[in-house]
Design a protein around this ligand. Structure first.
Ligand code: SFD
Ligand code: AMP
Length: 636
């Protein structure tokens, strides 16, 4: 391939990603940028209309606090999140999102998203915090508003199908980003005064349950490949909760979410013998300190109780869909017509739940003759995901807002600008920011807005383009494009372009990484269990993998993206292993179990486990940070 054209873009505020957080950031940034005469540039690896986790749509908005109805308070939400994460959460960050999230939801509705309403015109709740939506076009609606805000105001520009590889740095300040087009032979150098990382979480770091042709299906989108974690780590940002992976229990083999079944349909899950593990295994909860006693039972503990049944040979586990639907319709049992009507309604809701959000689950039902009103469906704990916006917590360690801090929290949790990482001018939101779980789609949008407003303030206060060194940029560009050269130089050494003594293709590289993680770092094969020697072995093998990353080869631009996606995943993997090794206890059974440290240790480990990789030396530092309260402890 000839040398790529190098395109340099200078901007004020650079938004990396085009998902929920990035779209929220775009809307907010457009408003403040216009007032301050600033330029905003958004860059997505895909097309904003259907990129990221919400690409296929969603069937619920999982964070809505309902402040205008007085239904709940911000404090209630903070209690919920703190309990669900076994005590490990940044209350200031969660509260900041909780006080703003409703306004994002009201905007979605104004922009055209259909939210279910009852006969009295009130939102239909799936659970206490969740709203039901007709969400097939959720992302298109949110993207349209973001695009309008940037393009119609004249302050913004959008680049699609540009894959961001890594940061540009000016000492301890972020100076922008480097990327390449996945469609044209062009390299992009974005120079910016402030940068927002909103490139989602990480999927396929671990070997998935699905294999072969099914590997293109996962619960979270496979195109979220750890770019946020890589970018922030490479910039030298402190990271938090890198051990707090998320294991979702999902409808088996097509990963259909379970929330609507548990909360809206009020279904039970049972083992194959009909036993309800949530009841039969209740005594197990006593072992997990105060967190075993809270309601709802934390997601990882719910997982754990089911896993114990599976380990005892009582699987498969089933979602009792037929029982739940009959129970809901039973209130009409004296009127056969009304009963039938209710059943039809429930049937269509059951199918819509998946058609809105996980189409392949509906296809699997159809392909295997499942009628949910007649037959239960298998559920299973999926492979681990890194997603700071759902029930995991991994991401960058960011500053909270000033006005929520107390005299005790301020020095630890506030450093000038909300959602700024420990690197100057580098902001994070959505899956990219850590210790603020349960923000989901709506809270990620709200957090993007919070981060964008703070970033514009940072630019107003630091209105100069950071310095960049052209020689460094040239070096980074060459490194970025190297897999194409490696392929060209070696492709004739063997007859099969995928097998070559001088290079490794990204797919083979990914399989190798996934095997290491699966077997040693507590994946599905290891039944989510690991220990110190296993984690040390994982680090040893990851070090060899890192060496071989130098030999990644790409036959075209699309494969070049695959190469970098897997390098990004590898860094997420290393941060994860190092942090599980650092935390000498088991805090989240059901996410992972340290068999050599099998209990909770509140005395020593009621802390955040943070890590940082020095960008110059490549040395990793592990640090404990205190868990401080901005609200009182829960009474639950
Ligand atoms: O049922 C680069 N989520 C749910 N949230 C809800 O509110 N309700 C639900 O019903 C939810 N469920 C659910 C959810 C997700 C999925 C996949 C399913 C079901 C099947 C979670 C939310 O979707 C999630 O919390 C948010 O979307 C997170 O927002 P954000 O902005 O952090 O991530 P994103 O939206 O995925 O966007 C990422 C963007 O980054 C781009 N990108 N761009 C350039 N260069 C690179 N190197 C890049 N790498 C990534 C992406 O293209 C994208 O634009 S349920 O299961 O709970
Ligand atoms: P899920 O479909 O599993 O992603 O869940 C969607 C939402 O419902 C999230 O807010 C979950 O935390 C919540 N949720 C799912 N299952 C349960 C449950 N059994 N009890 C309480 N909340 C749940």
């Amino acid at each position: 391939m000839p040398s790529p054209e190098v395109v340099t873009v200078e901007t004020d505020f650079l938004i990396l990603g085009g998902g929920m957080a990035a779209c929220g950031a775009a809307v907010e940034a457009a408003y403040w940028a216009k007032q301050n005469g600033l330029k905003v540039t958004l860059v997505d690896k895909a097309a904003v209309d259907r990129s990221g986790a919400v690409a296929m749509g969603l069937s619920a908005i999982n964070q809505y606090v309902g402040l205008r109805d007085g239904a709940n308070s911000v404090h209630d939400y903070v209690n919920y999140v703190r309990n669900d994460l076994m005590g490990v959460t940044r209350e200031d960050l969660v509260a900041n999102i909780a006080r703003h999230v409703d306004s994002s939801v009201h905007l979605f509705e104004k922009w055209g998203l259909p939210i279910w309403k009852d006969e009295g015109g009130k939102y239909v709740h799936e659970g206490r915090w969740q709203l039901m939506i007709n969400g097939e076009s959720y992302k298109v609606v949110v993207a349209e508003a973001a695009k309008n805000a940037l393009l119609q105001s004249g302050v913004g520009e959008i680049f699609e199908r540009i894959f961001i590889v890594g940061p540009l740095l000016d000492g301890d300040r972020c100076a922008g980003a480097l990327g390449f087009s996945v469609r044209e032979n062009k390299v992009y150098v974005f120079k910016a005064k402030a940068t927002l990382v909103a490139m989602g979480g990480a999927v396929h770091v671990f070997k998935p349950r699905s294999s072969g042709e099914g590997m293109g299906r996962a619960w979270y989108p496979l195109w979220n490949a750890g770019s946020s974690a890589y970018f922030t780590l490479k910039a030298g940002a402190e990271m938090t909760c890198q051990e707090v992976r998320f294991i979702p229990v999902r409808f088996k083999d097509a990963y259909g979410p379970v929330g609507a079944w548990f909360l809206l349909f009020k279904s039970r899950a049972t083992n194959a013998m009909g036993g309800n593990y949530m009841i039969e295994r209740q005594p197990e909860l006593e072992k997990w300190g105060p967190y075993g006693r809270v309601k709802p039972v934390p997601a990882n503990l719910r997982n754990y109780l089911g896993m114990l049944d599976v380990l005892e040979g009582k699987g498969p586990l089933y979602m009792r869909t037929e029982e739940a639907m009959k129970k809901l319709a039973d209130q009409y049992k004296d009127d056969p017509k009304a009963y039938q009507k209710k059943m039809k309604e429930l049937e269509s809701e059951a199918w819509e739940d998946f058609l809105d959000m996980t189409v392949s689950q509906a296809i699997l039902w159809a392909a295997t003759n499942v009628q949910p009103e007649d037959k239960s469906s298998e559920i299973a704990a999926a492979e681990p995901y890194f997603i700071g916006s759902h029930s995991g917590a991994s991401g960058a360690w960011v500053s909270g807002p000033e006005d929520i801090q107390t005299s005790k929290t301020k020095s630890d949790y506030f450093w000038g600008y909300a959602n700024m990482s420990t690197v100057k001018g580098l902001f994070c939101a959505g899956d990219a920011s850590g210790a603020s779980s349960h923000k989901f789609s709506s809270g990620s949008h709200a957090e993007g807005r919070i981060a964008a407003k703070a970033a514009i303030k940072y630019i107003v206060d630091n209105n100069n383009l950071p310095k960049t060194d052209q020689a460094e940029i040239d070096k980074a560009v060459a490194e970025m494009m190297k897999p194409l050269d490696t392929f060209t130089q070696n492709q004739n050494v063997s007859t099969d372009e995928d097998l070559n003594p001088n290079y490794i293709k990204p797919r083979a590289f990914m399989y190798r990484m996934q095997k290491i993680m699966d077997e040693y770092a507590g994946g599905v094969t290891a039944q989510f269990t690991t220990n110190k020697p296993m984690l040390e072995r994982a680090l040893e093998l990851l070090a060899f993998l890192k060496e071989d990353a130098e030999k990644l080869a790409a036959s075209n631009l699309h494969e070049l993206m695959r190469c970098w996606e897997n390098v990004h995943r590898m860094w997420q993997a290393e941060a994860h292993v190092r942090t599980m090794l650092f935390r000498n206890e088991t805090r989240w059974p059901g996410y992972y179990f340290r068999a050599d440290m099998p209990t909770l240790d509140e005395e020593n480990w009621h802390v955040f486990a943070n890590c940082r990789c020095d960008p110059k030396s490549g040395e990793w530092q592990m640090t404990k940070r205190p868990i401080l309260h901005v609200f009182e402890q829960p009474t639950a």
